[in-house]
Ligand binder design. Structure first.
Ligand SMILES: Cc1cc2nc3c(=O)[nH]c(=O)nc-3n(C[C@H](O)[C@H](O)[C@H](O)COP(=O)(O)O)c2cc1C
Length: 323
């Protein structure tokens, strides 16, 4: 394979594994990059020394390019992430944000990475953000749709990709949200994507260092098992329904959101860790996107990249002519 996305990032296959807090740790990131994709450390909420240690661990697995995540929102965490990335020098800074991008602020940070020889991949949720990111010099744009795992966004993956492709042509565009099959990837190629990002699908891989119960929960879940908790906090996340999620939804249905938000934040604390590290499927929060219904196994990472891309390439050779 190989196209302008691969050329820009120095990778072999046009597949990015998304940043996943406390989930896309070094073993997964190293495996993805080693297989020829771009692995991304879920470093957005980590202390600097852990980020640097994780980067070292990735480099023990592979010397190929990988990315580290930060959130471009004014907060003390931003400076932690910037300093860790400038010191650790991964090939790519993978930049998400929880608020709309402001041009001057965005450019200031993109410039810092570029001056250090680090590429900028901007993950966006709205066309407006994509336009700001492109103008500020992003090297690649990921369009993450509503159905994608992690924070719940607003615009569907299909609409967002189409909007961005219609408006930005000079940098590679990566489709994200709800992807798990080569057939989807082939459809997205026709829709103008230069590559794909998957998050949830990479959780269900042998190398992902989360608890086996968590991986099994993804395989067992069906589309309607995915619920959005934390609407009251303004930062809802998708998770697989379980007693914890049901309790959270009840609190948000019964209480005014101003009261519910504090309770939800308290309940969320440690719940991601309880699921991901301790395998607690009842009281832990198993974060995953709507795509769970398409994930039926827990293969080695290389199958989600090399085998996946081989099938993707085969599909693109077929004749689909309708007219
Ligand atoms: C468990 C989990 C944690 C996530 N944490 C982050 C994060 O810390 N930073 C970020 O930019 N995106 C985060 N995401 C979003 C992913 O990077 C990616 O954009 C998303 O999973 C793609 O959608 P998909 O899950 O349908 O493939 C997370 C997603 C999941 C499933």
């Amino acid at each position: 394979m190989g196209n302008r996305l691969c050329d820009t990032l120095g990778i072999e296959y046009p597949v990015i594994s998304g940043a996943m807090a406390w989930t896309s740790m070094a073993p997964l990131v190293g495996a993805v990059s080693k297989a020829g994709g771009l692995g991304t450390l879920g470093s957005g909420f980590m202390p600097k020394e852990i980020i640097l240690m994780q980067m070292e661990e990735v480099r023990k697995i592979t010397d190929k390019p990988f990315a580290a995540n930060l959130f471009l929102d004014p907060s003390p965490m931003l400076e932690v992430g910037v300093s860790a990335i400038l010191d650790g020098k991964p090939a790519v800074a993978y930049i998400d944000s929880l608020n709309l991008l402001q041009y001057d602020f965005t450019k200031e940070y993109y410039d810092k990475f570029h001056e250090a020889g680090i590429k900028v991949v901007a993950k966006i949720n709205y066309l407006e953000d994509a336009l700001v990111a492109a103008k500020a010099g992003a090297d690649v744009i990921i369009t993450k749709g509503f159905e994608g795992g992690g924070h719940v966004t607003k615009v569907s993956a299909r609409v967002l990709l189409a909007e961005v492709v219609e408006n930005i042509s000079d940098i590679p565009i990566v489709a994200s949200g709800g992807i798990a099959t080569p057939r989807q990837a082939a459809g997205l190629t026709v829709q103008g994507a230069d590559g794909i990002e998957m998050g949830t699908a990479f959780m269900a891989t042998q190398e992902c260092p989360i608890h086996p119960n968590c991986k099994q929960a993804i395989v067992d879940a069906i589309d309607r098992d995915i619920v959005a908790c934390g609407q009251s906090t303004g930062e809802p996340s998708w998770q697989i329904t379980n007693p914890l999620a049901e309790e959270m939804l009840k609190i948000e249905a019964d209480l005014p959101w101003s009261e519910a938000a504090d309770k939800i934040r308290e309940m969320s604390m440690g719940s991601l860790r309880a699921a991901a590290m301790e395998g607690d499927r009842e009281k832990g929060a198993v974060l995953a996107g709507q795509v769970v219904g398409l994930i039926h196994d827990i293969p080695p990472v290389a199958d989600r990249i090399v085998k996946f891309c081989d099938e993707w390439a085969e599909l693109l050779k077929k004749d689909y002519s309708l007219f």
